[in-house]
Design a protein around this ligand. Structure first.
Ligand code: ZN
Length: 274
């Protein structure tokens, strides 16, 4: 073996070595599933004015807690690559932070803290709201966040429909066309406006089923995200990875339990949210 090895040209030896290392990493990824809590925030503010608002001070405390306890905030795309067996596992004690809907407080309140703690964040955006709805960011603000290198922008469909309702009120063919337009239209608009690859999808209201997953795959998405109170793992369908809905009540011990990867109720159903 050693004689054969020594006769190989150096580049071939290097190639074989790297292939063996990659194989070991992927085998490890398959044999020891890593569980990663994925958090989803919506809005931030000085006061809690609705169920989806987290006080900015609470969010700041959470980021300080993560830093003090050496929890690594990793990019969502990295975790997806791991779940797709395309990359080695993220570091132990990893967590992912996302924010849905493009609320302007992401720009005014979240972004300064993201910059202070130098963490990666993925924003799920539905383009119809941007530079349009009074509560939403503008395209310029989104571009500014993306330019920092800390924010990835991904799809939340085009106008955030409730697919349960749309399925009831449309014919099967019309419904499929509608879903495809929502999925493809969002990717296209985000790509045109901001550039980059758009291949991750947050399901509006956390609603998904097999038909929606198939349509999302056909539309070029490689990962999807729902709302369920448990950490994501390689055993989950990568097109419906669970995320913890962050409300202002998730403080102290409740936050610590999420960070530790505990499932308060493993059989909990997807929660309705915006
Ligand atoms: Zn939403």
């Amino acid at each position: 073996m050693n004689r054969v090895w020594s006769k190989l040209a150096a580049p071939v030896r290097l190639g074989l070595f790297l292939a063996a290392m990659m194989g070991a990493a992927l085998a490890h990824a398959q044999s020891a599933p890593v569980r990663v809590p994925i958090l989803v925030y919506h809005r931030f503010g000085a006061r809690v004015t609705d169920s989806m608002t987290v006080r900015t001070a609470v969010f700041a405390d959470q980021l300080r807690f993560l830093k003090e306890h050496h929890i690594t905030v990793v990019p969502l795309s990295e975790v997806v690559r791991y779940f797709r067996n395309e990359a080695p596992p993220p570091p132990a004690n990893s967590i992912v932070i996302t924010a849905d809907d493009g609320h302007r407080s992401v720009f005014t309140a979240m972004a300064p803290l993201v910059e202070r703690y130098k963490i990666p964040v993925t924003l799920f955006i539905y383009p119809s709201a941007i530079s349009n709805a009074s509560y939403a960011m503008t395209w310029e603000q989104l571009a500014e966040l993306k330019a920092t290198g800390r924010f990835d922008v991904q799809s939340h469909t085009f106008w955030h429909p409730n697919f349960h309702i749309e399925k009831r009120r449309r014919s099967p063919a019309d419904y499929r066309n509608f879903v495809s337009e929502q999925l493809v239209g969002s990717r296209k608009r985000l790509q045109d406006k901001l550039g980059g690859r758009i291949d991750m999808l947050a399901w509006p209201f956390g609603i998904y089923d097999d038909e929606l997953i198939n349509l999302a795959r056909e539309s070029g998405y490689i990962a999807g995200f729902s709302i369920e109170r448990r950490p994501a793992s390689g055993r989950d369908n990568v097109m419906a990875l669970p995320r913890y809905l962050m409300t202002n009540g998730v403080q102290g011990g409740a936050f610590e339990r999420i960070v530790e990867g505990e499932s308060p109720n493993p059989r909990s159903r997807p929660e309705k949210n915006q």
